[in-house]
Design a binder for this molecule. Structure first.
Ligand code: C2E
Ligand code: CA
Ligand code: CA
Ligand code: CA
Length: 279
């Protein structure tokens, strides 16, 4: 038994070591990802639940490394946060996405709102509101076209600080959405004080909405509460007609998910918009 325990110990140590090595590889490769043009942005359309029109798009970062291949943001975003690289990368994403949005509007594309993810690390950076304002001004995009997504846990980490940052962003005319809503046990009294425009219902509740009565109850409650607070709701991870119908019937405002479209390259997105809404 003793021998066995020791083997298990060795096994776990080896596993942890492998994970640490991988994380170090990812971080050191990520350092050069920007200058070597390995990062791109995909855009996933967001639809009005009422009439199916495109009313938004979420910018989602993609990384292709020549040796590591396609690395998931679920892996490299946390690595970028730990190493501090997220500040530079996040600023690059914001500028690129804002520039793309400006180009689409200039081409005459029907207006919609562009959502960009903010890491908690970026959100805590004292220069964030000024950085956002500078990029909008330099790229000449009116602020009402930009929405910033912050996770619920990010907002709840230090609510008074979050209130202050959201107030500043609001003054710049930028909208905020709370991402992954429903999993971080928000203090509802804070929700009232956040200058937030939209709640993004976490995918985990949407996934089993057709089968799980508890998930249905949670989603229904989030939508009702958002209504009461004057907030919009968007459901993410919508993959089926049944999910869409439940959400629509219960008054969810917006829909995002594979049911309509996966995230697309900028070029694919342009074509998609033309197919859905020919001018
Ligand atoms: P998120 O912000 O919650 O983004 C939603 C994720 O769900 C995306 O994964 C999207 O591709 C995926 N998704 C969309 N529709 C469906 C669907 O119908 N079914 C399923 N199963 N999934 C769907 P992705 O692109 O892999 O991104 C994962 C996470 O990485 C994001 O979660 C976000 O937290 C982070 N991330 C991605 N891009 C950025 C970025 O530019 N900045 C920061 N800070 N985080 C980012
Ligand atoms: Ca998001
Ligand atoms: Ca989300
Ligand atoms: Ca997520």
């Amino acid at each position: 038994a003793k021998q066995n325990g020791r083997n298990r110990y060795c096994f776990f140590t080896a596993e942890i070591e492998a994970l640490t090595v991988r994380r170090m590889q990812v971080v050191s490769a990520l350092r050069h990802a920007l200058e070597q043009h390995q990062l791109t942005i995909h855009y996933q359309p967001q639809f009005s639940a009422r009439d199916g029109r495109i009313i938004g798009a979420e910018a989602l970062l993609r990384w292709h490394h020549p040796l590591l291949g396609q690395v998931s943001p679920e892996e490299f975003i946390p690595a970028a946060e730990d190493s501090g690289l997220i500040v530079t990368i996040g600023e690059w994403v914001l500028r690129r996405a804002v520039r793309q949005m400006k180009a689409w509007l200039d081409e005459g594309m029907a207006p919609f709102v562009l959502a960009v993810n903010l890491s908690t690390v970026q959100f805590r950076h004292p220069n964030l509101p000024a950085m956002v304002a500078t990029i909008l001004a330099e790229e000449q995009l009116p602020p009402q076209y930009l929405e910033l997504e912050l996770t619920e846990s990010g907002a709840m980490h230090d609510p008074p600080a979050a209130i202050a940052v959201m107030d500043q962003l609001h003054e710049h005319g930028v909208r905020m959405a709370i991402d992954d809503f429903g999993i971080a046990y928000s203090s509802l009294s804070y929700l009232k004080k956040f200058k937030v425009y939209k709640l993004k219902i976490d995918q985990s509740f949407v996934r089993d909405i057709s089968a799980d009565p508890e998930d249905r109850a949670i989603v229904t409650a989030i939508i009702a509460m958002a209504r009461g607070l004057g907030l919009r709701t968007i459901a993410e991870g919508v993959e089926t007609q049944a999910q869409l119908e439940f959400l629509r019937e219960h008054g969810c405002d917006e829909i995002q998910g594979y049911y309509y479209s996966k995230p697309l390259t900028a070029e694919q997105f342009g074509r998609f918009v033309h197919e859905v809404e020919p001018c």
